[in-house]
Design a protein around this ligand. Structure first.
Ligand SMILES: [Ca+2]
Length: 296
């Protein structure tokens, strides 16, 4: 089993990643940390807590930073709805989040040195802060897998992918941290887009994981249909899976610098950037079979 700490900004994409991570017997989620991104921190934290209650799973949630290092927060409510979960009403969890997320990273990294993959599927604010506060994390973590970036054009501007755009300064800190960073950006994740028909096989299962996945998948179509989208992409789930199922991806090592000027958030190949393992391709057919099999 691969030990994972998941840093996220749920967000429907993130919710799907959480569900898949819980359903997969090869993944051991030690805890979830939340960051501001798709929606504000209050909502990302409540969504994580409420989703775990809905799934009847006992996992600690830590809330992290409520705004990017240097900038105001840009949210993505047009993709995720005002509260982040589209029009889904999750039951209200009575659990509360803890605040000391960076201490949580350190405590577990010391307990399991070189065993934990930190998977970050939101803006990299929490990770940049934690690495600055506790530089020893760089020696204690196995690596960092991120959903973010793109070498093939953006999804929030023509240049930038959303997570990197929101906090480009944080991304540069993480990319230059010396940790092994795997960048699962749009080059790979956009290969994993599905129309409503393509995932009907998941609906045939009545497991809690399949049911909630399809509830979210349907809500994604309702919310994003309004802005003309006819397929959805499992960005965050795909990034999570790259930490375990490396054969489904093609990686190339490249020096990547994050631009902070006019082309804010663009991940550019530049010798001044950190050495990053960039996912340049992804096997959609494998993913479809994996989802049906894992969630059922
Ligand atoms: Ca996310």
């Amino acid at each position: 089993m691969q030990k994972i700490i998941l840093d996220c900004d749920p967000g429907m994409d993130d919710a799907l990643a959480i569900i898949t991570g819980l359903a997969d017997k090869n993944i051991d989620i030690l805890g979830i940390t939340t960051v501001a991104g798709n929606v504000e921190l209050y909502h990302t934290t409540r969504n994580a807590l409420n989703l775990l209650k809905y799934l009847d799973e006992d996992i600690d949630v830590y809330s992290g930073k409520d705004k990017p290092l240097l900038r105001d927060l840009n949210t993505a409510t047009e993709f995720h709805g005002e509260t982040g979960m589209g029009d889904i009403d999750l039951p209200n969890s009575s659990m509360e989040s803890s605040k000391d997320y960076a201490e949580f990273y350190l405590k577990y990294a010391e307990k399991f040195p070189q065993e934990i993959e930190l998977v970050a599927v939101g803006p990299l604010t929490n990770i940049a802060h934690a690495l600055t506060e506790y530089p020893e994390l760089k020696y204690l973590l196995k690596g960092i897998t991120i959903m973010g970036g793109s070498l093939c054009g953006g999804n929030i501007t023509p240049y930038a992918e959303f997570n990197i755009y929101v906090d480009p300064e944080a991304a540069n800190i993480v990319f230059n941290s010396g940790l092994i960073v795997k960048m699962i950006g749009l080059d790979a994740t956009m290969k994993g887009h599905f129309t409503a028909d393509e995932l009907e096989d998941i609906r045939k299962s009545d497991s809690k994981y399949s049911k909630v996945t399809m509830e979210i998948f349907d809500a994604m179509f309702r919310v994003r249909g309004k802005i003309g989208m006819t397929s959805v992409v499992f960005h965050d789930t795909i990034a999570l899976l790259s930490a375990i199922y490396k054969d489904a991806f093609k990686f190339e090592e490249k020096p990547i610098l994050v631009e902070t000027g006019d082309r804010r958030g663009k991940t550019t190949e530049n010798f001044k950037g950190g050495k990053i393992l960039v996912a340049v391709d992804f096997n959609k057919e494998w993913f479809k079979k994996y989802l049906i099999e894992t969630l059922k």
